[in-house]
Write a protein that binds this ligand. Sequence first.
Ligand code: ADP
Ligand code: MG
Length: 435
Amino acid sequence: MTPVSFNTWVGAVKPLTLTQTTITVGVPSQLHKTYWEQNLVTKVVEWCYEFGNLEISPVVKIMGDDASASSTQAAGPQPAKAQPDAPIPTYKETSHLNSKYTFETFVTGKGNQMAHAAALVVSEEPGVLYNPLFLYGGVGLGKTHLMQAIGHQLLEYNPQANVKYVTSEAFANDFINSIQTKKQEEFRQEYRNVDLLLVDDIQFFGDKEATQEEFFHTFNALYENKKQIVLTSDRLPNEIPKLQERLVSRFKWGLSVDVTPPDLETRIAILRNKANAEHLVIPDDTLSYIAGQIDSNVRELEGALVRVQAYATMAHEDITTSMAAEALKSLKLSGKDSELSIAKIQDSVAKYYQVSVSDLKGKKRVKQIVMPRQIAMYLAREMTDSSLPKIGQEFGGKDHTTVIHAHEKIEQAINDDSTLKDQVIELKNRLRNRG
Ligand code: ADP
Ligand code: MG
């Protein structure tokens, strides 16, 4: 096993009991249990026999209550193939993978450990257990990183593997080009002869009918040949507007796992890793400070570190907490605002459109209220770090899909209607300059 997979599958496991006939191991999740049952249990039987002359049957138990974690929906267990020995890595990159996005550089913690474990399984046994693997969650939480790590890992096991990474837009463009240049056959050859297809941000397939049609056939061809497909999106398949039902149902065939924002400890670990990689000397309390300032998005966290680093270079000083505070002060203006509350947004929007806050939170469907309500939801999503469910809750207990819908509605409306756009900009300015 590679060190990474050893840490994931064996490091996280506890031996519980050993008798003449059984050995019981405790594992942290259903994913681990499945992995053990399909890959390690027979080995344990062999080793016990070989080294201890014992005829022992292993029992794998899930510890704690992770077993029913709601964020994962596994398909029924399928027979696993033996993993061939990993060849010596000699691969050249033709797969459009970013060399930084590997399992080695990925920090696991609450929020991403299920996604990480699933990604590892898929990299070790592509096309077998979870096909497709569907990773979903907010921006900057490591979906692209994890997806590409699968590609790197597979290439390490098998340098001959044909791995292809594309964004959904690149797929769409390739397809459209192939029609225009009458090279559809080449397009199909290119996409249907891969061992691992990684398609990033498939929420952008939404409007593209012909591309969806083509992807449907690509998907089927790969799936039938037991080739692995990995998809990412900012939301679940059934929440993607205008995604064809047959794609939605296929995307649910395998495993869907969400990635949620990292907790403080994980954020500190990510920063520390990053600082080490860049040979930066940063005191622990400064790392904690930075991690405490930015709590939603790993990309922003990295951005904060870069900013502090730039600040230190310009000032010719070592990095300290007070310097970090200074460096990050201006960041707040551009990004999300941790002090701006949803209540404040509702207040301003209500005043601006001369409706009541309780109407914004209510259920009335008249146009004079629906539009301000959707604008308030839009602003809550754009300007605060609140999660979708939280925003829904603050609007009289609405479902998070209502918030997504409102956000999309306004985004679209702003594009089509410059008066509305001006109103939204005006509201944003008022909210930013409050007090
Ligand atoms: P997403 O695709 O979900 O929007 P990305 O994969 O692009 O997010 O991640 C944004 C940045 O944060 C990348 O530079 C990535 O390497 C980094 N990142 C995200 N999560 C982690 C993690 N758990 N450990 C290390 N780096 C991470
Ligand atoms: Mg991404």
